[in-house]
Design a protein around this ligand. Structure first.
Ligand code: SAJ
Length: 440
């Protein structure tokens, strides 16, 4: 039988007659849906958020990596549709689950999105289906949480009646050079045949698929990728703390080290670790290992250093105000850039939010500017991006560069500001040895 279902699916992938569903239409799911639709598959996107579904059906994209023009074309040609109704899954051959995997307030993994999607999918599971989980999660999730619900409890044998795999998302929002289409994609199945079937499906639409022997290898590969970044960012952040004590310019040190053409990869210090991936994914791994009585020391230490950086920035602000006989209490501070990284509009886990909170706690008068983010909500309060940047720069006691958007005119900001704390070396040489500038 496995040959029958396997063969039938493989031929549906080859002639693109397979019906595809993408669960979750966010920054991973929508681009993936579009890639499969462009490859010629009939794709339905399923998302419980009716307003998101309605916007998509109007041909309006809420994801910067998908143009509304492309979306509208795929919808009008019938290649792509969207719904909040999971019932359509009973006619679907291939499903990719692209739902969020945040952390709870306790710092533990929040698997509720994966479990909700899996519960819904389980209602419509049928023989001759392949299911791929894309959401970043701890090693073992696919086998321990999805397999029982989609297979055992439905009387379906994995690798025979249906096929189950994990394929980590590698979307870097806003990136133009590496996209969903051309970024190599790791795929690992619960069984070798699952790997084969999922790889065959993905290979029809993605330029490079990297099959691995199991779902756990694929889950762990993703965590290595993002833990690698988190730990190296933690390392350079600690280098900044050490260079500060040594009176050495950490930015010059990093530039010098980066002149090594091999065996080194440049990372730069910053005000903390933002985004929906890097600060969060490694904690899924350390959480899993704690349950196995192992402490992932590098992850815990890097997380400790990275989460300390906002306080370090506050210290730098206090120090430069103090040198100018100003207490932080009552001083006006402009936070420049609040997105979690330059040139995008994403605020998730942004250290700017921690820094604004800490400044408010110390009774500073805080305002912010960000060309991509016009409003932020903090503890029920709303803060608007200041309308007139240069006027505010001139009027505040200190400007703090948190996110170095490329649209800023840093030399004009430098000329007009009284004091600047530059957490990104956005000013470059203009900020070096400048009495009114303090750098990490
Ligand atoms: N950051 C630093 N110093 C650095 C690099 C980053 O402080 O040297 C900070 C950023 O400001 C940001 C956070 O770390 O707050 C994360 O930055 P990131 O460059 O890792 O950006 P992300 O979170 O968008 O990471 C994504 C990831 N993509 C996926 O997880 C699919 C990551 O794997 C990519 O490598 C990364 O983009 C990238 O290369 O841009």
């Amino acid at each position: 039988m496995s040959n029958l279902f396997r063969q039938s699916l493989l031929s549906k992938f080859n002639d693109h007659s397979a019906k595809v569903a993408i669960l979750g239409l966010g920054y991973v799911g929508l681009p993936l849906a579009v890639v499969f639709a462009e490859a010629g598959f009939l794709v339905v996107g399923i998302d419980p958020d009716q307003s998101k579904v309605d916007t998509i059906l109007q041909g309006k994209s809420h994801i910067q990596d998908v143009s509304s023009e492309q979306l509208k074309r795929l919808i009008t040609t019938g290649k792509f549709s969207a719904t909040k109704d999971f019932e359509i899954l009973q006619e679907i051959d291939a499903v990719s689950i692209c739902v969020p995997t945040p952390l709870r307030k306790t710092g533990d993994p929040d698997l509720s999105y994966i479990m909700d999607a899996t519960e819904e999918l389980a209602k419509y599971m049928h023989p001759e289906m392949v299911v791929v989980l894309e959401s970043t999660t701890y090693p073992g999730t696919t086998r321990e949480l999805l397999l029982p619900k989609l297979g055992d409890e439905k009387g379906l044998k994995v690798g025979k009646d249906f096929f189950l795999a994990f394929s980590p998302e590698r979307v870097d929002p806003g990136r133009k050079d590496w996209t969903t289409l051309n970024t190599p994609k790791v795929v690992g199945g619960i069984t070798p045949i699952c790997s084969e079937v999922a790889t065959s499906w993905y290979s029809q639409a993605l330029q490079t698929v990297v099959p691995v022997s199991s779902a756990e290898v694929a889950e762990m590969a993703k965590l290595l990728e993002n833990t690698f970044r988190m730990i190296n960012i933690g390392l350079v952040n600690e280098m900044a703390l050490m260079c500060d004590r040594l009176g050495v310019d950490v930015w010059e040190v990093i530039e010098a080290a980066a002149s090594k053409p091999f065996g080194f990869m440049k990372f730069t210090p910053g005000p903390g670790l933002g985004g929906h991936c890097i600060p969060i994914d490694p904690l899924y791994l350390s959480w899993k290992l704690r349950a196995l009585n192992y402490t992932a020391r590098f992850i815990e230490l890097a997380s400790e250093i990275n989460t300390y950086m906002p306080r370090y920035v506050i210290q730098k602000i206090q120090d430069i105000l103090n040198e100018n006989q100003k207490p932080l209490n009552g001083s006006s501070i402009l936070v420049l850039g609040v997105a979690y990284k330059p040139d995008i509009d994403d605020l998730r886990e942004s250290p700017a939010l921690d820094i604004i909170g800490l400044l408010e706690q110390k009774k500073a008068k805080v305002s912010y500017h960000d060309p991509y983010i016009h409003k932020i909500r903090k503890n029920g309060q709303e803060l608007l991006s200041v309308p007139n940047l240069m006027e505010t720069v001139k009027s505040v006691d200190c400007v703090v560069i948190i996110t170095n958007h490329s649209t800023y005119d840093y030399s004009t900001i430098l000329n007009n500001a009284r004091l600047i704390v530059d957490t990104r070396n956005a000013l470059g040489m203009l900020g070096k040895d400048n009495p009114k500038v303090s750098r990490l």
